[in-house]
Structures are given as structure tokens and as C-alpha cells.
Design a protein around this ligand. Structure first.
Ligand SMILES: *Cc1c(COP(=O)(O)O)cnc(C)c1O
Length: 496
């Protein structure tokens, strides 16, 4: 039977998977959730023999039931190809008493590539299936990582355009260089004089602008969103947990049905929700360990049952986790209410009016799948240095938050189960923080000196993504005021 998708805030109106992928967000502002979590349909002995692409098909076809086998296999083949620098796509590395699941071997060396390399294909296929002839225009505001991963994913995908806005002085030099050198005739990158919130607000305004929508439609375009609440980003992330388990089983690191723990460095709660879905599918996962940085709103939630965003926003060395509203948590809250959209809506109303809500005791009991903790800036740096000294393995700041939290978990719980740590970025993406943690004297080096130094101490080749931007020409140099965002979109698309 088909799986249908309903809004976490709606009254039960259901759409197909492809419609949910096209829409991104439900009309009532809720997130699309599957009406049930499917079970894995093949046994572990079969999964252990599969490639990443084959595993992706087994998992994704269970969720995206209105895509045909041919459509889905086509999307998978286009996504997980030589853009990744290893045929394993997501290899495991054993260190510090755990298995690091390296999710950073794609085009932009961060885990967002795992989903953003397939989302454009899921979207264009969805458009065809639903008789949408318009080209899809992706508008994104970025503080660095998502923008580049979305650009790389959508570049030269027929039937799509992508326009990315970033704050001129609000991203790192390497992040800016990565974006302004983006190839692809359908890509545009625009810097704005303003901060990330200005960029985000400008994009949201355009999404809600009916006149603009009409003008777009006349010119054969429609907007869509590539952000992390799209079900087309969540489902591809379930795949690598199944794949990691199957690899451990294949290599005889775990026995049949042996339970493992999973640690995920968390911001928007998307990646760890995918692990939770993997568990619901029947993957033998024991504890889901949710790791936060100093913006520890999730840790406080797991301890107290109260989600409270009223606090100071802290800039940390793991910027992709500097988040106070974890948008994907809404899906978990909805499931904890027993898929009751009305109850969930009340919590979300409280979040938007008071900045907080408290779940019921019943719901709190169901949270026993999870353990939450956090790492301070000092602990994060210390963990990078420790693991390098003990094993020669260099991890990035986000992964280090997870590794530190795992150490705390193990000490507290004396739980020696095999554990997979989601390794979400290459250390080459956050070179300065990583090298400073290992050797403070490095801070005087330039960005590319740091890259070479890291390559030398880690004995790892400089990733292609970094090598390319050393010499790549700047292809995007538009800078606009924050109130000119709509004008530039009209100009780029040749409308208005
Ligand atoms: C986005 C990101 C995260 C957080 O992932 P969520 O799905 O938002 O929880 C962690 N690490 C890195 C490097 C990221 O880019």
C-alpha cells in the first residue's frame, strides 16, 4: 500500500511522496510526515552484499512509494556517482572505540551532500509525475554550508534554476570562495549587504509574494525550497544508517540483530530524526545519542521536557549547529503525541508566541530512545586534539562535539555497545578551528597554508573540493542591498 504524507499541523489531508517533495512545506506551515514508518523489506544478509546505491533503493523505495522503480533508480544513479571521492560513498573509520561514519565524501565535503545530491532529481521527477511543466526555481538563504551544497546539487540539472543569497560579511573566506566559483549556467549567487537573518527574511518574503508567484508562472517558473524540512532531504538520510549497520555486520564487527548506538551532532534535528526513522524501520539501534554544542536547547529539552528557545545565541566553532529552533524536532513531537496534529499545533503555537513549550509526561516517557548531552568549546577542541594524538585521525569540530558527547555517555552509562558516530564534515572544511585545537601555533598561518599543514599531519590528500577553489575563477560577483533581493531575482529570471 502507498505511503501518504500528512502535515504535522493539518487535519489529515494526505499527499503522495512526490507531491510532498515538490511542495516542501505544507500549506498550513506544518511538515510532511509519512502516515506510517515502513519496515525494511530485505534481511541483513542481503543488505550486507549491497552497494550504497542498492541500499538507497531498498530504503527509499519503502518511503517514496509513488516513484516507479525506474524513476527512483535513475535519481539514485545520478546522485551517488563520481561526485563522491569513494565508491563506498559513506565509509566507516574505526577510532576512539567507535566507528565514524564519514558523510563528507561528496561535492562540498559536508553531510548535506548526502541529501542535496539527490533532492534535485527527486524534485524534477516529481514535477514530471505531477504534470508540472514549469521550471523549478530554488531560492535559498545561507550562512555557508547549505548554499554551497544546494548549488552543487542543482548545478546543470535540467528544469531547475537556483539562486543563493548569502551575507557579504557573514560567511568564512573559504565558504565564500566555494560559492562564488560555482559553475553551472542555471546557478546564481548573490551577496547582500546585511546579515543572515536579512537574507532569510528576504527569501521568505518572496515565497509569500503572490504577485511574484503570478509573474513567475507566466514566465514558466515556480519556486521551491531545498531546506532541511523537505521530506526529499530526510528520506535519503535514513539510507546511510542502514548501510553503516550492514557494513558492520558484513565485516563481522557485530553479530546478527546485535544492537548498536548512534551518535549524531545535531542542529536542525534532521540527521538524528533520520536515524530514529531507521530504528522504526527495524534497524537494531539501541540509543540515539543527540549531541549539541553550547547552543544546548535540545539537551535541556531531553532533560526537562521543556523546549525553550529564549536564550542567548552563541557563535561556536561548529557553526552548522548554531541553531535555537530545531525545525525537524516538530516531526518527533508530532510522533510523540501519537500523530495528533491538533496537539502538535498547540505546542508549535506556544513556540512561536512564547518561544517555548513543555511536553506531557506520557510524551516524555516515549523519549527513552534518546540520550542528550552537549560539548563546550573547550571540550570540543580537546577532543580533536586527544583523538589525533591517540590515533592520528583528524575530525572536524561538528564531529568532535559528537565524539565528546559519546565519551560522556559511555562514562555515565558504562554501555560498551558498538557505536556509530555520524561524521558530518571533513576537517578540511573547518581547518582553522581544527588545526588550532591540535597546535595553537598554527593560527598565524593563511587559510591555504592550514590546508596543506592538515594534509601533512593527517596523512590525507587535500579533497578535490578544496583543491579546486585555490585557483578557480570567480563567476559570481553581484552584491545588492537587502531590499533589492526581489529586483535581482526578477532580473536573473528575466521577468517583471
Ligand atoms: C547541517 C549540519 C549539522 C546539523 O545537522 P541537522 O540535520 O541540522 O541536525 C551538523 N554538522 C554539519 C557539518 C552540518 O553541515
Amino acid at each position: 500500500m502507498d505511503i501518504l504524507y500528512r502535515s504535522t499541523r493539518g487535519n489529515g489531508e494526505a499527499v503522495t511522496a512526490s507531491q510532498a517533495v515538490l511542495k516542501g512545506l505544507a500549506d498550513d506551515g506544518g511538515l510532511f510526515v509519512p502516515d506510517r514508518i515502513p519496515k525494511l523489506s530485505v534481511d541483513m544478509d542481503s543488505l550486507a552484499q549491497m552497494t550504497y546505491q542498492e541500499t538507497a533503493y531498498e530504503v527509499m523505495s519503502r518511503f517514496l512509494t509513488d516513484y516507479t522503480e525506474e524513476e527512483l533508480k535513475n535519481c539514485i544513479a545520478k546522485a551517488y556517482d563520481e561526485k563522491f571521492d569513494t565508491t563506498q560513498i559513506a565509509p566507516l573509520h574505526e577510532a576512539d572505540g567507535a566507528y565514524f561514519l564519514e558523510l563528507f565524501h561528496g561535492a562540498t565535503i559536508a553531510f548535506k551532500d548526502m541529501a542535496l545530491s539527490i533532492l534535485p532529481h527527486l524534485m524534477t521527477t516529481a514535477a514530471r509525475k505531477n504534470q508540472v511543466d514549469n521550471d523549478i526555481v530554488i531560492l535559498t538563504a545561507t550562512s555557508g554550508d547549505t548554499g554551497k551544497a544546494a548549488l552543487a546539487g542543482f548545478a546543470d540539472v535540467p528544469g531547475t534554476r537556483i539562486i543563493v543569497f548569502y551575507p557579504k560579511d557573514g560567511v568564512s573566506p573559504i565558504q565564500e570562495k566555494q560559492m562564488v566559483t560555482q559553475k553551472g549556467a542555471n546557478t546564481s549567487v548573490v551577496a547582500i549587504r546585511g546579515n543572515f537573518d536579512d537574507a532569510q527574511t528576504g527569501v521568505k518574503k518572496m515565497f509569500g509574494d503572490e504577485k511574484l508567484e503570478e509573474a513567475l508562472a507566466k514566465a514558466g517558473y515556480q519556486f521551491s525550497s531545498a531546506n532541511s524540512i523537505n521530506i526529499g532531504r530526510l528520506v535519503p538520510q535514513v539510507v546511510y544508517y542502514v548501510y553503516a549497520y550492514a557494513m558492520l555486520y558484513k565485516d563481522k564487527k557485530i553479530g546478527r540483530d546485535e544492537k548498536i548506538n548512534v551518535v549524531v551532532p545535531t542542529g536542525n534535528f534532521g540527521n538524528i530524526l533520520a536515524a530514529y526513522y531507521a530504528k522504526q524501520m527495524g534497524l537494531p539501534i539501541d540509543t540515539l545519542i543527540c549531541a549539541s554544542n553550547e547552543n544546548k536547547v535540545l539537551y535541556d529539552f531531553f532533560v526537562s521536557g521543556t523546549y525553550d528557545r529564549n536564550r542567548e545565541f552563541i557563535l561556536t566553532s561548529s557553526p552548522s549547529m548554531d541553531i535555537l529552533i530545531s525545525s525537524n524536532l516538530e516531526r518527533l513531537i508530532y510522533h510523540l503525541t501519537g500523530d495528533d496534529a491538533k496537539k502538535n499545533r498547540e505546542f508549535m503555537k506556544a513556540l512561536s508566541s512564547d518561544g517555548k513549550y513543555t511536553i506531557t509526561d506520557d510524551m516524555k516517557e516515549k523519549l527513552s530512545d534518546f540520550y542528550g548531552n552537549y560539548a563546550s568549546e573547550e571540550e570540543t577542541a580537546q577532543t580533536i586534539a586527544d583523538i589525533y594524538r591517540e590515533s592520528g585521525y583528524v575530525i572536524d569540530t561538528h564531529t568532535a562535539v559528537a565524539a565528546d558527547v559519546y565519551r560522556k555517555y559511555r562514562k555515565e552509562n558504562k554501555d560498551e555497545r558498538k557505536t556509530v558516530i555520524a561524521s558530518t564534515a571533513s576537517p578540511f572544511k573547518f581547518t582553522r578551528s581544527v588545526m588550532k585545537a591540535i597546535n595553537p601555533a598554527c593560527d598565524s598561518m593563511s587559510d591555504f597554508q592550514l590546508v596543506d599543514e592538515l594534509s601533512s599531519i593527517a596523512k590525507v590528500e587535500v579533497p578535490r573540493a578544496i583543491e579546486e577553489i585555490r585557483t578557480a575563477p570567480v563567476l559570481h560577483d553581484t552584491v545588492v542591498e537587502k531590499d533589492e533581493m526581489k529586483d535581482i531575482v526578477e532580473k536573473i529570471l528575466g521577468i517583471g
